[in-house]
Design a binder for this molecule. Structure first.
Ligand code: ADP
Ligand code: MG
Length: 138
């Protein structure tokens, strides 16, 4: 059993498609074991995306992630990290595979509807960033 951190981003929350995205996650067999709606401060978004702080898109990314609430969630299942990456699809919706969340719902490489941890190590870090042990219910 593995866990990954998912974020349903502001573009998707604004369009009221969090239920549709959750349906895609659940239909693919991942279990939502923690979930909350939060509004990130810019300090929190900067810390969460610290690895990208030197990238040209960093300030736009932080601004976007704080522009509306997000749904943060812990997904659990076998190979959850890699499986959620498949379910999300490529970062750019133009090249994402048919049937993925990003192909179906993302608006652009920036407004790409969802985040998923990119390794088991970063999943543990990212889950701890948003959730305490008590928040996770199996
Ligand atoms: P992923 O979301 O697949 O983990 P990255 O960690 O590389 O992708 O990037 C984090 C987020 O930064 C992306 O989801 C996207 O919102 C934004 N981003 C990445 N690359 C670009 C880019 N070239 N232009 C605009 N935004 C970008
Ligand atoms: Mg990443």
């Amino acid at each position: 059993m593995e866990r990954t951190l998912s974020i349903i981003k502001p573009d998707a929350v604004n369009r009221q498609i969090t239920g549709k995205i959750n349906a895609m996650i659940e239909d693919a067999g991942l279990k939502i074991v923690a979930q909350k709606l939060i509004r990130l401060t810019s300090a929190q978004a900067e810390e969460f995306y610290a690895e990208h702080k030197d990238k040209p898109f960093f300030s736009g990314l932080v601004e976007f992630m704080c522009s509306a609430p997000v749904v943060v969630q812990v997904l659990q299942g076998e190979n959850a990290v890699a499986r959620y990456h498949k379910i999300m699809g490529a970062i750019n919706p133009d090249v994402a595979e048919e049937g993925t969340i990003r192909k179906t719902y993302a608006l652009s490489i920036n407004c790409n509807s969802v985040h998923g941890s990119d390794s088991v190590e970063s999943a543990a870090k990212e889950i701890n960033f948003f959730f305490s042990k008590l928040d996770i219910c199996e």
